[in-house]
Design a protein around this ligand. Structure first.
Ligand code: COA
Length: 372
């Protein structure tokens, strides 16, 4: 490499891998999963179907659907050590740090953690995806001073997640809304956390380590962590009438507003369009419209001033908040969905691996000598 070569800042538009999992056209905008437009599948697949599609490249048959759901249901319970860890971690710990540590502990408890055979990898993907809702729901309840719920084997993935968080079965609107939100978040090509997970898989480290890397990356406020920050912003805005002044002051102070902007989408995030409709439907159905109205007013002002698009996290924040997820635990819900996409990419990476090892353009001094 010659020193004339340019650094691609933020690896923008760099093609790091070949992949058959997701396709994004940021200009159209379009997001397709295994060839299916997200708009067509978001409301028609369950989260379990989406995971099957991601991992197998096709929608499950009726028989496969039943068998896959049964396998996941059997894998939902987590070892007592994980619940103990969640109980003993100080409440001041970041909820994503707790999730990261819980997954790391699951890896340490798995005697076959280093089994990188295709069957061994898929077993871990199923196990982790089934256990994420159990861990996150236990976090929600422990944080609220309640006892974690047992998984409910008669409920599907999304319904059971809601049940373990709230202690009751969801009505159909709630179940469908959560299921669709999980489908929408499940996969998004070479985003920062997926890239991090693939880099770790690329060293032939174990599945759990790759997922832990993904959790570490998605925690950041420029990535999945933006959902908590977006909800915090809506609370700071407080009411639709105050949105314009809030946006103007934030932009004048050169602040980046959470839930706005995207590296790839410049003409709109297709997932945000779906979540906007869902947030409105939930507000209409429940009559609780405050956060949706604040979000719409803030979006309007941002569009008038800087013309920056809302991304997936923007309308997902009022949706998840209205479903009963605490503001500080929304990124954990996002990770509970994205484990499906991470797993697909980790499996793809192991199946056709080359160590990921870029270079840095050195800009420091040369030829220094220690004093004699
Ligand atoms: C997502 C994000 C990290 C993408 O960053 P990026 O591709 O490096 O984009 P840039 O930071 O180069 O932004 C390009 C321009 O848009 C502006 N911009 C981008 N996102 C903005 C935001 N959320 N609020 C205000 N301005 C924003 C930048 O200030 C810059 O403007 P300028 O050209 O006048 O300086 C960025 O938009 C952001 O920080 N958003 C908020 C966090 C968030 O919601 N993340 C979740 C992403 S799904």
């Amino acid at each position: 490499m010659t020193q004339q070569e340019k650094v691609v800042s933020g690896l923008e538009n760099v093609l790091a891998f070949e992949s058959k999992i997701a396709y994004i056209d940021g200009n159209k905008p379009e997001l397709s999963i295994r060839g299916y437009d997200i708009k067509d599948i978001a409301h028609r697949l369950t989260f379990e179907d989406m995971a099957f599609l991601l991992w197998n490249g096709r929608v499950p048959s009726a028989v496969e659907r039943t068998a896959f759901a049964a396998e996941l249901t059997d894998l939902r319970r987590v070892p007592d050590q994980v619940l103990d860890l969640l109980r003993k971690t100080p409440a001041s710990a970041h909820p994503m740090a707790m999730l990261r540590t819980a997954v790391s502990l699951l890896g340490a408890l798995d005697a076959d953690a280093d089994d990188l055979s295709p069957d061994g990898l898929v077993r871990k993907a199923k196990s982790l995806m089934a256990k994420f809702p159990t861990i996150v729901a236990a976090q929600v309840r422990i944080q609220a001073g309640k006892t974690p719920m047992e998984p409910a084997p008669w409920l599907g993935h999304a319904a059971n997640f809601y049940h373990m968080v709230s202690g009751r079965s969801p009505d159909e609107v709630t179940r469908k809304t959560l299921d669709t939100a999980l489908v929408l978040y499940a996969e998004h090509e070479t985003n920062a956390s997926t890239f991090a997970a693939r880099v770790v898989a690329g060293t032939q480290s174990d599945f759990y380590s790759a997922v832990v890397a993904g959790i570490g990356a998605i925690k950041g406020p420029l990535h999945g962590g933006a959902i908590d920050e977006a909800m915090r912003m809506f609370m700071e805005v407080g009411s639709p009438e105050k949105a314009a002044a809030y946006v103007d002051a934030a932009l004048a102070a050169k602040r980046k507003l959470p839930g706005f902007g995207h590296r790839v989408y410049k003409a709109g995030d297709p997932r945000a369009a779906e979540l906007r409709v869902m947030a409105q439907a939930l507000a209409d159905a429940t009559g609780e419209r405050k956060w949706f109205d604040v979000a719409v007013a803030t979006e309007k002002r941002m569009g008038e001033t800087k013309n920056i698009i809302p991304n997936v996290d923007y309308f997902a924040a009022p949706v998840l908040y209205q479903l009963g997820f605490p503001m500080d635990l929304m990124t954990n819900v996002v990770a509970t969905s994205r484990i499906a996409g991470w797993s697909a990419h980790i499996l793809e990476q192991y199946a056709n691996n080359r160590l990921v090892r870029p270079r840095a353009l050195y800009t420091g001094p040369h030829g220094l000598r220690l004093e004699q």
